[in-house]
Write a protein that binds this ligand. Structure first.
Ligand code: 13P
Ligand code: SF4
Length: 362
């Protein structure tokens, strides 16, 4: 019988750590724990494999383990289910670990936008739908069905090149910031990008504006990355003119523009690790990752600072705590699967098409 979560609530972290290690040992190669870079330290330490969204999608597809325990957020566990084989099981230790940005677009709203666009042009011939991997599986399926594709923060410019080589426009959802920065990097003028507000008829635009636009950017954002401000960078530069600034492309355009480097979590780690000793870095991304790299690179004489004066954590990812991880693993030891993430077959087939197009290109 499934073990209930209730007795786990009161367990202290030290007890959890000892029991997680024991459960992992008992499960051996039948279970793999994947951990996103934003995962809290007390969970991240138990991950067998870590990475950014692109790397983790690849690893999920390549893993031979029966159980893929995803310490990340819901859309990541969905991708693991889609890309793994049918006899593998994808598990999210706490089902409330969602992504608020992913929730800013849903299938009903995207289909309505497509419908509205079809009153102005023929979207299936003139617009490539591109969804950031931070989206529900049905939106990835929508892209698969309409000749579109998935992107991550590390391959977005490449994916846009692919998209524009096929159709003249792109509808990019749900993160306007990643879309804008990636489009800008490939030379699309800002005036050729429109913000599509899904709560307004025709996204808030007239026919003429839609015909002229190259990119339609969904009005969505990450609540963590929107906390970083240009003033944080300006203050840092005044105090440390020799320092470097690196930001995640989910930050606003103004923050990206003022940064020396912009890239995914994996790129941020690599860039700082390859930098000379003695360099100083201001980093605009989630706090758990910044704390980890600050610690990791301290011995090589690099100083890493968090961009915002206030705490910006991915509070949903933080719901995967040691208690939930332990509960999941001990259930597996007893032969019970809890919190399985399953994408319906038809949806998974189309979503896989859009994901495989991405994996092939990147
Ligand atoms: P990465 O692609 O850099 O992992 O970022 C994904 C993400 O937003 C998790 O929030
Ligand atoms: Fe979603 Fe933002 Fe958390 Fe990433 S940091 S998982 S985009 S809410």
């Amino acid at each position: 019988m499934t073990i209930s979560f209730d007795p786990y609530r009161a367990l202290d972290d030290a007890t959890c750590a000892t029991r997680i290690a024991k459960a992992k040992e008992e499960l051996g190669e039948s279970a793999v724990i994947l951990g996103h870079h934003y995962q809290r330290a007390d969970v991240y330490r138990f991950a067998d494999l870590t990475g950014d969204s692109l790397k983790l999608s690849r690893l999920a597809g390549q893993s031979a383990a029966k159980y893929i325990v995803f310490c990340g957020v819901h859309f990541m566990a969905e991708v693991a289910d889609i890309l793994s084989s049918p006899d593998q099981v994808s598990i999210l230790p706490d089902l409330s670990a969602g992504c608020s940005m992913a929730d800013m677009a849903n299938l009903a709203k995207v289909e309505r936008a497509w419908q509205e666009l079809s009153s102005v042009l023929d979207p299936d011939h003139s617009i490539t739908p591109v969804t950031y991997i931070n989206s529900a599986a049905d939106l990835k399926a929508f892209c698969g069905k309409h000749g579109g594709i998935v992107c991550t923060s590390s391959n977005a410019p490449k994916i846009l090149e692919w998209s524009f080589s096929r159709r003249e426009k792109v509808l990019f959802f749900p993160d306007q910031h990643l879309g804008r920065w990636s489009g800008y990097k490939m030379g699309i003028p800002l005036e050729d990008m429109l913000v599509w507000d899904p709560d307004l008829p025709m996204g808030g635009h007239d026919e003429e504006a839609i015909r002229r636009a190259k990119m339609l950017l969904w009005k969505g954002h990450c609540s963590v990355h929107q906390m970083f401000q240009p003033s944080h960078i300006e203050n840092f530069r005044k105090r440390h003119p020799e320092g470097f600034v690196i930001s995640h492309p989910e930050c606003s355009f103004e923050v990206c523009k003022l940064s020396d480097h912009v890239g995914s979590t994996e790129t941020i780690i690599r860039t700082i690790s390859e930098a000379p000793s003695g360099t100083m870095w201001l980093v605009g991304t989630e706090l758990n990752l910044v704390n980890r790299i600050a610690e990791e690179f301290r011995d090589s004489g690099k100083i890493v600072q968090f961009m915002s004066p206030i705490v910006c954590m991915c509070s949903t990812m933080a719901r995967i705590d040691p208690q939930h991880l332990l509960w999941t693993l001990e259930n597996l030891v007893e032969g019970n699967v809890v919190n399985r993430i399953t994408v319906p077959e038809e949806e998974a087939k189309l979503a896989k098409l859009a994901l495989e197009r991405m994996l092939e290109i990147s």
